[in-house]
Design a protein around this ligand. Structure first.
Ligand SMILES: [Ca+2]
Ligand SMILES: [Ca+2]
Ligand SMILES: [Ca+2]
Length: 493
C-alpha cells in the first residue's frame, strides 16, 4: 500500500522524514549505471573495465522512477567534474570547473538534480578534494609548483605522510597553501549553487589535512546551510579515529569498522583461518590492504565481531548518522565474498544493514544480486532485474525502514549475542510517538532456538514486519526458533 502511494507521489509526502538519519543511499556509478545518450559515447569500450562505457546523467534521469520505486531516498553519483582520458570513475580531475563530457553538461546535471527532487530523492555528488588527475594542466606549470606536495608516494602510515604523500601517485594538492584551499572551497560552493545538490561525498579524506577539512566543513555549511551533508571516506577500522572527523564538522563517515565486521561475520562463514590467510595474501596487490588485514585478524562467521564494533559507538558524536554499507566500488562485492549460500547471506546482511543504527548505503546492483571481485571487476555495467527475489527483499527492507522511525533514529540496545544469533532493540520516543522494533538474526545454516530475556516486559505482542505475522511472548522472554540465515524484524505492539 505504501509502495503504491510512493509510485504516485514525492517520497517525502509519504514518509515523515526529519533529517539525514532518515535517508538511505544508493551509489549510481554514472559511467556504469545506464547509457541514456549515445551522442556522448566517443572513446568508449564497454568490453574494457578500465575505459568509459557510456553511462551518463540522462541514463540516471531515465531510472529515477526505478530508484524511487524500490525505496531509495538519496542518490549518490560519482564525481562529475571533467576527468582526463579513461577517468570513467571520476577520481582523476582534469578541470574542476567543467563537467565530464561523457556524462553531459551542467544543464543536464541540473536537470538530473531537479527531476530527482521532484520525486523526493536527494542527491549527493562525489567530490575529489585531495588530488588532481595525473595529467592536470597545473602539474607541469611552474606557476602552480606550490599548489602540490612533492614528496612522492605515501611512504609510512603516519598522519604526516597521509596528508603530504601521493595517493596512488596522484598529484597531491597542498591545502596549506591558501590559494589552494580558497580555490577548492570556492569550487565546491560554485557547484552547490550551479546544481542544487544536497551534499558531497568527500573522497579520500584520510589524505587531506584536518585543518583544511575543518575549514571546508565550516565554510560549506555556512554557505549551503547546516543541512547540507558532508560524507567523509576514510578506510580506517578505528572508531576513535573516525569520530574525530565528526567532531571537526564532517557530518557522517563511512563506517568501515562495521563494514569489516559484517563482511567477516556474515560474509565469511565457513572459511578457515588458513584459507583466509592464503586468500588474503593472494589478493594483497588487488584488494585494499585493510581487507587482507581483516581476513587474518577477525573470526569468520562470528556475530560477536559485530558486537565488538558496536560497543565502541560511544566515541561518535552520533552513531545513528554514520553511513553504513556492506560493500562499495573499492571493495569486492559482498556476494562474491560470500560463497556457498551467498544470496541468503546477502539478504541477511541487508536485513542487518537496514535495521542497525546508521544510514544504509548500497552500491548499484547490490539490489539485483550483482557479483564482482576487486576493482575494477566490482564496477561492471549495471545488470537489471537478474535476481527479482533479491530486489523484492531490498525493496521490502527500504519500505520497513522508511516507515519506522525507531529503525532510523532509535537508540540501539543489544539483547543477545553469540556466535550464531544476534538480537537488538531500536527504541524511539518523542512527544507524540513511541516505537520499538526488535531485530533477531540467525547467521548459521541450521535452525537456532534461543530464549532471549526481556528486561522490562513480562508479555510482548509483536508484528513481524518481514513475514507479516503476529507473534506473542510471555514469561519475560522471547522464545523463538530462527530458521537458517533468517532475520525477524519485530515491531512491538
Ligand atoms: Ca552515453
Ligand atoms: Ca573528460
Ligand atoms: Ca593529500
Amino acid at each position: 500500500m505504501i509502495i503504491d502511494a510512493i509510485a504516485k507521489n514525492n517520497v517525502r509526502d509519504v514518509y515523515n522524514f526529519q533529517n539525514w538519519k532518515d535517508e538511505n543511499l544508493y551509489y549510481a556509478f554514472t559511467d556504469r549505471f545506464e547509457n541514456g545518450d549515445r551522442s556522448n559515447d566517443f572513446d568508449v569500450d564497454p568490453k574494457d573495465l578500465r575505459k568509459y562505457h557510456g553511462g551518463d546523467f540522462q541514463g540516471i534521469i531515465n531510472k529515477l522512477d526505478y530508484l524511487r520505486d524500490i525505496g531509495v531516498t538519496t542518490l549518490w553519483i560519482s564525481p562529475f567534474v571533467d576527468n582526463e582520458k579513461d577517468g570513467y570513475h571520476g577520481y582523476w580531475p582534469a578541470d574542476f570547473y567543467r563537467v565530464e563530457e561523457h556524462f553531459g553538461d551542467p544543464e543536464k546535471l541540473k536537470e538530473l538534480v531537479d527531476k530527482a527532487h521532484e520525486k523526493g530523492l536527494k542527491v549527493i555528488a562525489d567530490m575529489v578534494i585531495n588530488h588532481t588527475g595525473y595529467n592536470h594542466s597545473w602539474v607541469q606549470d611552474p606557476a602552480y609548483h606550490d599548489w602540490f606536495h612533492h614528496y612522492g608516494k605515501v611512504k609510512l602510515p603516519t598522519q604526516w605522510w597521509m596528508e603530504h604523500g601521493e595517493l596512488s601517485g596522484l598529484p597531491d594538492l597542498a591545502h596549506e597553501n591558501p590559494e589552494v584551499s580558497d580555490y577548492v572551497i570556492r569550487m565546491a560552493k560554485y557547484w552547490i549553487d550551479r546544481t542544487g545538490v544536497d551534499g558531497f561525498r568527500l573522497d579520500a579524506i584520510k589524505y587531506v589535512s584536518h585543518d583544511f577539512l575543518k575549514r571546508f566543513a565550516e565554510e560549506i555549511h555556512r554557505h549551503a546551510g547546516s543541512k547540507f551533508l558532508l560524507v567523509g571516506e576514510d578506510f580506517s577500522r578505528d572508531p576513535e579515529h573516525l569520530a574525530r572527523y565528526q567532531k571537526e564538522g564532517i557530518d557522517t563517515l563511512f563506517d568501515m569498522p562495521l563494514n569489516q565486521a559484517i563482511r567477516s561475520a556474515i560474509g565469511d562463514e565457513g572459511k578457515s583461518w588458513v584459507g583466509r590467510l592464503v586468500e588474503g595474501l593472494r589478493n594483497v596487490k588487488k584488494a585494499p590492504l585493510m581487507e587482507t588485514l581483516r581476513k587474518v585478524t577477525t573470526h569468520p562467521g562470528d556475530l560477536r565481531e559485530i558486537s565488538r564494533v558496536l560497543s565502541k559507538d560511544r566515541y561518535y558524536v552520533d552513531p545513528n548518522l554514520l553511513t553504513i554499507f556492506i560493500d562499495n566500488h573499492d571493495l569486492s562485492r559482498f556476494l562474491t565474498e560470500a560463497k556457498g549460500d551467498g544470496k541468503e547471506k546477502l539478504k541477511l546482511a541487508l536485513d542487518f544493514l537496514f535495521t542497525v543504527r546508521g544510514v544504509p548505503s548500497i552500491l548499484y546492483g547490490t539490489e539485483t544480486g550483482m557479483d564482482g571481485g576487486n576493482d575494477p571487476d566490482n564496477r561492471r555495467d549495471m545488470e537489471w532485474a537478474q535476481n527479482p527475489d533479491i530486489t523484492a527483499h531490498y525493496r521490502k527492507l527500504c519500505e520497513i525502514r522508511n516507515a519506522h522511525v525507531a529503525l532510523r533514529q532509535g537508540a540501539l540496545k543489544e539483547l543477545w549475542c553469540d556466535r550464531n544469533v544476534y538480537a537488538f532493540s531500536r527504541y524511539h520516543k518523542d512527544k507524540d510517538h513511541e516505537e520499538e522494533v526488535i531485530v533477531l538474526l540467525n547467521n548459521s545454516k541450521h535452525d537456532q532456538y534461543r530464549e532471549i530475556p526481556l528486561s522490562e516486559k513480562k508479555n510482548l505482542a509483536a508484528e513481524d514486519l518481514l513475514h507479516e505475522e503476529k507473534l506473542s511472548f510471555s514469561e519475560g522472554k522471547i522464545k523463538i526458533t530462527l530458521k537458517p540465515r533468517e532475520a525477524r524484524i519485530l515491531k512491538v505492539l
